[in-house]
Design a protein around this ligand. Structure first.
Ligand SMILES: Nc1ncnc2c1ncn2[C@@H]1O[C@H](COP(=O)(O)OP(=O)(O)OP(=O)(O)O)[C@@H](O)[C@H]1O
Length: 258
């Protein structure tokens, strides 16, 4: 069974103050297999976040439906973990409490929660920071906590909306490798939105390019490069060719709109 089936999902936002309605997404259909790492590239405003939010159950489609493991999405659920660009930690909770948040909501006893939290603290390299507050952490560290918080709930599907967009290049590269390590060991299905073509290829087993708004999928490219991957891959001739191909797909779509 597919992990995610997006069936004719379109989204129109109603007009405001006598203006025109915004067609954010023309009906999109897409099947994502179990354990795929799918990245989505596309010009600003083409509906990438809208599509991800609909899969996450944070927004409703105007047409069509999304099935996750065969079940229709009607709202957020613990089968899908989300990570956004802006750091969305709870500022009044420590690192450990942030990571434990979903487990606590599920009613997991404290002793079991502590074990899961320690495991993810280690996986994202934050040993020793368990009792820090989010404001005491760098952006990259906060984003590692957000990833740990999403993973601690053990969602089958990880939905990531430009999660590394606000990080410097060096940290971003390290986070990409960290995410791939976790994805390989835990075999999640990932849907990852990014503006960065190199990032999209480096991570993906499959890379989608969307057209300008109203968005539709204009290219669906398998990335047949072996895992595990590290930064050396970015100099590989196949990688460079794929980067050129995706650049061309996106370039035709990018226009500056006021
Ligand atoms: N709640 C909303 N109400 C009205 N219009 C919206 C709403 N959310 C998004 N839109 C519009 O839908 C279109 C798609 O937005 P979306 O955020 O999905 O694009 P995006 O591809 O993620 O953009 P970016 O790459 O800049 O983040 C845009 O024109 C946006 O203005």
């Amino acid at each position: 069974m597919s992990a995610v089936e997006i069936k004719n999902v379109g989204r129109v936002f109603p007009a405001r103050r006598g203006g025109e309605p915004t067609v954010a997404l023309t009906p999109v259909s897409l099947d994502i297999a179990q354990n795929e790492f799918v990245t989505i590239l596309g010009p600003s405003g083409c509906g990438k976040s809208t599509l991800l939010r609909i899969v996450g159950g944070l927004d409703d489609p105007s047409t069509g439906e999304v099935l996750v493991n065969g079940i229709r999405v009607v709202g957020p659920g613990s089968d899908r973990g989300m990570v956004f660009q802006s750091y969305t930690l709870f500022p009044w909770l420590t690192v450990a409490e942030n990571i434990a948040f979903g487990l606590r909501e599920k009613g997991m006893p404290k002793s079991a929660r502590d074990g899961v939290v320690q495991d993810y603290v280690r996986k994202v390299g934050l040993n020793g920071f368990e009792h820090h507050w989010p404001r005491q952490l760098s952006g990259g560290m906060q984003q590692r906590v957000a990833i740990a918080r999403a993973l601690a709930n053990d969602p089958a599907i990880l939905l990531m909306d430009e999660p590394f967009g606000a990080l410097d290049n060096q940290t971003r590269g390290l986070m990409q490798e960290l995410l791939l390590d976790i994805w390989q060991s835990e075999r999640k299905t990932v849907l990852f939105v990014t503006h960065d073509i190199e990032e999209a290829i480096f991570l993906a087993s499959r890379c989608l390019a969307m057209s300008a708004r109203p968005g539709r999928i204009k290219a669906d490219v398998p990335i047949a490069l072996p895992y595990p991957r590290d930064y050396h891959l970015k100099a590989d001739p196949t990688f460079v060719d794929l980067k050129m191909r995706m650049t061309e797909e996106i370039r035709g779509e990018a226009t500056l709109v006021a």
